[in-house]
Design a protein around this ligand. Structure first.
Ligand code: CUA
Length: 168
């Protein structure tokens, strides 16, 4: 079979870009730990308190086993609700030891928000009517800023919190 020179170039270009993009996806998934949020579960956005994980007293950080934590969060315009501390103040910062496994569970009462822990592989879209979950191992110590990365309205830039990973 005879292939025209330009046809050959075009075929090599097409197959090459396919291989390149598969490599990029593989790199992001296996080396960088980027995964889509899991456990597709629906929830009534008008009544998130009815869900065990999102009752006001169950919000925030909780140690569920040795070195294993769960963080329950309710997002709304323009706040992440991590519950309150002993003094009744809103929690804006959570602290976990380095190397711990953390399951983030988040839902929203109103519009679509984002939940990205910048500098880690935690990056979820939070949609009304759904629970977004992602489990990760906190490999590096430091202070990581949680940001909303879906434009959700006039106070979008005010939606942030902090995750501190301390040396154990
Ligand atoms: Cu919430 Cu942007």
């Amino acid at each position: 079979m005879h292939l025209h020179k330009y046809e050959k170039i075009w075929l090599i270009f097409g197959m090459g870009s396919l291989a390149l993009f598969l490599l990029i996806i593989g790199f992001a998934a296996f080396w960088k730990g980027t995964h889509p949020q899991s456990h597709i579960e629906t929830i009534d956005p008008q009544n998130v308190e009815a869900h065990e994980s999102f009752k006001p007293e169950n919000l925030g950080l909780r140690e569920v086993a040795d070195g294993k934590y769960t963080v329950n969060i309710v997002a709304s315009a323009f706040n992440y609700d991590f519950g309150v501390d002993e003094d009744g103040k809103s929690v804006k910062k959570i602290r976990v030891p380095k190397g711990s496994t953390v399951l983030f569970q988040i839902t929203t009462k109103d519009v679509i928000h984002g939940f990205q822990v910048a500098g880690t592989n935690v990056n979820m879209m939070v949609e009304p009517g759904h629970v977004s979950r992602l489990e990760t191992v906190m490999k590096n110590a430091g202070e990581f800023t949680v940001v909303c990365n879906e434009y959700c309205g006039i106070g979008h830039h005010q939606m942030f919190a902090t995750v501190e990973v301390y040396e154990d």
